[in-house]
Write a protein that binds this ligand. Structure first.
Ligand code: XMP
Length: 513
């Protein structure tokens, strides 16, 4: 069955797949294409609507990415977001200029007023917060367009030409910080593009299974299983697609949380898959000894993972493909397409140049965390595995600031376990997306039992987020924080001070490294 399709044209913004994810969330199939995909190719895909993404460029510069102007005579509705909005204005005869210091340059949560008479904002409140991130400004809107939203600083926060189905928003409706942002995207899909909404996660699952079978054929697949949500869902999907052609290898790098290795093994032991546990703590700690630079830690771990898999695959013999549970935020933050590199996630940017497999299979590469969980449920995975909080591939290595030793890892494991235990006891864990302890490299003076201590500072981090691209720090009650703090300094040797991280993402990231 052919699904309705919306195309997202990628101009290099950080949130491009998030737009696609929002469209899918609204029940419409969506694909992201590079901005310079030939128009004939786009037309052949027969989309019901197009979305231009944001991007880091200024439209008036010669080097800025543009579109074939004929796209505007094709009679397909277009929604331009941020750079995409400016591009549409610029291409259709409007004027975009750098914002002056005191006018129109906006960043962050911005009170905005909408014209709810236009389809994009129909049935939504007239005022709300939108998430802005722009240094350029639409000084003149093109002919045929009217102003559809404004802020204190910017009279052109949104523009609309309902006759042609062209809409532009200066803010980012796809991020959670924009109130009713998803409703705006839904309005674009259903009120402007007249979508019927014919797409579900079940469809994604069937399509992915068919694609994996086609790619793998009779080949054998080795899957890197960490026991986290992503690799568990990837393994279930692979098992569904290729059954016992799949071998799951669980590499215990010695940087897992307390008892985690045994739990993973226990969880997978009862399933009908080939499961191998490799105890590689010594070799990882040896490679990481004395390394304190976060990107180097990630690269070393990424490379060592691959080497262990290669060795295991040689033992198994005739393995053709390596499968990984890479999800979209891993890809984008490792620098994909036009987007800037934030961190090299170990299963993406950390890959060595030479990988001794016929190919890599990453079936979750385009999905966000909550979509992965949904897919896991679709595949019948147990809820305790599906709703588990994420744990990064490099593990505690990126939660120990500075150089890594077994002693530090053990200290952090104990403290982290207390943090998690107390959050669960207080019922707070249900409201959090991710929470963990970080062993900082700072030592400070304390006093304990009349004696002086000079020990490490432990940071506690807890966030709420839907997409892990943006996140808020969690407001854990003081009395719960107090219990955690008292227990950790009393029970864990080597820590004499606890701090709580109250930074959102951006500007911070969720992990410290
Ligand atoms: P940041 O720290 O970039 O994290 O805000 C976003 C989400 O990604 C997880 N994360 C990783 N996951 N390999 C992974 O599989 C990695 O190298 C990695 N680094 C960060 C992080 O825990 C959070 O959920």
């Amino acid at each position: 069955m052919k699904h309705e399709l919306v195309l997202v044209l990628d101009f290099g913004g950080q949130y491009n797949q998030l737009i696609a994810r929002r469209v899918r969330e609204c029940g419409v199939y969506c694909e992201v294409k590079p901005f310079n995909t030939p128009l004939a190719e786009l037309k052949a895909m027969d989309p019901i609507g197009i979305i231009f993404t944001g991007g880091p460029n200024s439209v008036y510069l010669d080097t800025a990415p543009h579109v074939d102007p004929e796209i505007f005579t094709w009679e397909v509705p277009i929604l331009g977001i941020c750079y995409g909005c400016q591009l549409m204005a610029h291409s259709l005869g409007g004027q975009v200029t750098p914002a002056q210091e005191d006018t129109a340059r906006e960043y962050g949560k911005t009170p905005t007023t909408y014209n709810t008479a236009i389809p994009l904002f129909q049935d939504l409140p007239e005022t709300g917060i939108s998430w802005m991130s722009h240094g350029d400004y639409m000084a003149k809107v093109p002919q045929g367009f009217s102003l559809a939203a404004h802020t204190d600083m910017c009279p052109t926060a949104a523009i609309a030409d309902p006759t042609r189905g062209f809409y532009g928003v200066q803010f980012h409706p796809e991020v959670n910080h924009t109130q009713h942002g998803t409703d705006m995207i839904r309005n674009f899909l259903y009120k402007v593009c007249h979508a019927k909404g014919d797409w579900t996660m079940g469809d994604y699952c069937r399509t992915a299974v068919a694609a994996i079978r086609k790619k793998v054929g009779k080949g054998r697949v080795l899957l890197a299983l960490s026991g986290g949500v992503d690799s568990s869902v990837a393994s279930a999907l692979l098992a569904e697609a290729v059954g016992r052609q799949l071998t799951c290898v669980f590499v215990d790098h010695g940087l897992m949380r307390l008892n985690e290795g045994d739990e993973v093994e226990a969880a997978f032991a009862k399933w009908d898959i080939r499961f191998i546990r490799v105890d590689a703590e010594t070799r990882f700690l040896l490679k990481l000894a004395g390394v304190d630079e976060p990107e180097r830690k990630r690269k070393i771990i990424g490379e060592e993972f691959i080497r262990v898999f290669e060795e295991e695959s040689k033992k198994i013999g005739a393995v053709d493909f390596l499968a990984q549970g890479t999800i979209y935020p891993d890809v984008i933050e490792s620098g994909a397409g036009e987007a800037a590199t934030i961190k090299s996630h170990h299963n993406v940017g950390g890959l060595p140049d030479f990988v001794d497999f016929k190919g890599i299979i990453e079936p979750l590469r385009m999905l966000f965390k909550d979509e992965v969980r949904q897919l896991g449920r679709e595949l019948g995975l147990p809820e305790y595995l599906v709703s588990r909080q994420p744990f990064p591939g490099p593990g505690l290595a990126i939660r120990i600031i500075g150089d890594i030793t077994k002693e530090k890892a053990d200290t952090l494991r104990q403290a982290d376990a207390i943090f998690r235990e107390e959050l669960a006891r207080a019922g707070e864990d249900q409201c959090l997306s991710q929470y963990f302890a970080v062993l900082t490299n700072t030592r400070s003076v304390g006093v304990m039992g009349d004696g002086r201590t000079y020990d490490y500072t432990l940071a506690l981090r807890a966030v709420t987020t839907d997409d892990f691209m943006t996140a808020d720090w969690a407001r854990i009650p003081y009395d719960v924080l107090d219990r955690i703090s008292v227990r950790i300094v009393n029970e864990v040797q080597g820590i004499n001070r606890i701090v709580y991280d109250i930074t959102s993402k951006p500007p911070a990231t969720i992990e410290w490294e």
